[in-house]
Design a protein around this ligand. Sequence first.
Ligand code: NDP
Length: 249
Amino acid sequence: MTAGLKDKVALVTGASSGIGEATALAFAKAGAKVGAMARRKDRLNDLAKKAGSDGANLFSIEGDVSVRKDAERAVKETHAKWGKLDILVNNAGIMLLGPFDEVDIEEWERMVKVNVLGVMYCTHAAIPLMKKQKSGHIVNISSVAGRIASPVSAVYNLTKWGMGGFSEGLRQALHKDHIRTTIIEPGAVLTELTDHIPHAGTKESTKGYVQNIEALESEDIAASIVYAVSQPERVNVNEILIRPTGQDR
Ligand code: NDP
């Protein structure tokens, strides 16, 4: 299944932990060359160590996707290092939950900047390179929260719901250039995502929920991404919704 990834070049944003880290490692193991981007340089260095003999396939890029020049640099550096860009995984994201009127405005501004503008900046920088190659694959990590809302996730819902429309619009615009588009919608995955929830009550209930079901592991989502990007050129896997078996919503 992963044979199709050998010597492909990918940029994975948010590669310093969780789903992005697992995806970067899975790609490197499958023989892809990976630009691994995040803000925490130390964690990116750990990633190369974790990859062992596949570490040579990984290239760390320190940067913040919500800063346009960082996002553009990540795309350019990945392309410059290996001479092409086959896959962009827009994974970097934050989930600063809480009732809309009880969370600081700065929190929702940050979430919109990272989850929405970050995805747009990276995608905008990647498209001209992919068009020139006449091939490419853009993978956007959304969420079940892109389909189902809750009283404490309105802004997160807004950022992830938008991803569905953005991905389908891109698909329609880019398929003629042989650029594929996939949206991945995970349910609960055991990662650091819930550690940053600013509203105490919401943090407690969300962490409790994740602990009480057998949540997915980051590797489960990485496997779904590897599946989507390993298909023959004629196959465009547009959408993957993947929940833990024990998740009720
Ligand atoms: P983690 O918190 O483990 O990982 C988030 C990653 O994003 C980290 O590598 C972090 O690195 C990076 N990141 C955050 N902000 C920025 C930024 N401004 N610029 C660059 N990188 C950034 O969470 P997950 O792995 O769970 O999250 C990955 C994606 O999956 C997110 O988009 C999330 O919304 C989505 N998702 C997660 C689910 C879950 O249950 N865990 C469910 C559904 C979707 P650093 O801090 O070093 O910058």
